[in-house]
Design a protein around this ligand. Structure first.
Ligand SMILES: [Ca+2]
Ligand SMILES: [Ca+2]
Length: 239
């Protein structure tokens, strides 16, 4: 009768090493998969926020001209409700007013979405959408936004925008989290550009800390005047 031979200690050790290498190889893609899922989830939340802005405009005619709708003001005290003084937004930069618009309250990392709006006319309840056709670029009387490919703002993906919404991304630098805490400020010029008040916002391919352009992982969406006008103005355009 033939005797069955068991594994030697050396054979077992070799098997253990192989299993450890395999698990190590699987663990990295798993964390990358979770991050990719969170980014996709946040992009969806941002897209919903963008649609909600258009929906808001469709149902909010201005008091001065019922044919001219207006955008919501930013939330500046973190309760999810817009902050408006009478008819006007005193601050064009803040957080997305998710409670007013019935959208997601946070990105996939537990941080509020940022929101900047043209507050001199688009978000003024007594004024509403200005007629850009009657104005001359660069529309100096308006507080419009632009999307740049770097903080130097030498090339643009979009200009003359009424509203920008963004997430601070996986690193969360500069974000307000759902517990009301503000996270550490960004280190790269491109992410800093998105946290300082001003017309310019950076949207570009993500880069890691060691990259020459610095760390960048913000997720940015915007609403153009043309999109608003095509959805809310009757045929022939808003007055
Ligand atoms: Ca508020
Ligand atoms: Ca970021």
């Amino acid at each position: 009768m033939k005797r069955t031979r068991g594994f030697t200690l050396i054979e077992l050790a070799i098997v253990l090493v192989i299993v450890t290498i395999l698990i190590g190889g699987l663990a990295m893609p798993l964390s990358a998969q979770i991050q990719a899922r969170r980014i996709a989830e946040t992009n969806k939340t941002l897209e919903e926020a963008r649609h909600a802005l258009v929906g808001y405009v469709m149902s909010h005619p201005s008091s001065g001209n019922p044919d001219k709708p207006y955008l919501p003001c930013p939330d500046t005290n973190g309760d999810g409700l817009e902050n408006r003084t009478g008819d006007i937004c005193t601050n064009p930069d803040g957080w997305f007013p998710w409670a007013d618009l019935g959208t997601g309250a946070q990105d996939a990392w537990g941080n509020r979405l940022r929101y900047s709006v043209e507050n001199r006319e688009y978000a003024d309840r007594s004024k509403g959408l200005p007629n850009l056709a009657l104005l001359t670029p660069p529309y100096a009387t308006l507080n419009l936004k632009r999307i740049c490919r770097s903080s130097a703002c030498t090339s643009f993906d979009a200009v003359y925008l009424p509203a920008v919404v963004f997430s601070h991304g996986p690193n969360g630098w500069g974000a307000l989290n759902i517990n009301g805490n503000t996270l550490a400020a960004p280190t790269s010029a491109d992410e800093l550009e998105n946290t300082n008040a001003g017309p310019s916002f950076v949207s570009r391919t993500p880069s890691k800390a060691g990259d020459a352009s610095g760390e960048f992982d913000d997720l940015v969406v915007w609403v153009s005047d043309g999109v608003l006008r095509s959805r809310v103005c009757p045929a022939g355009g808003c007055p």
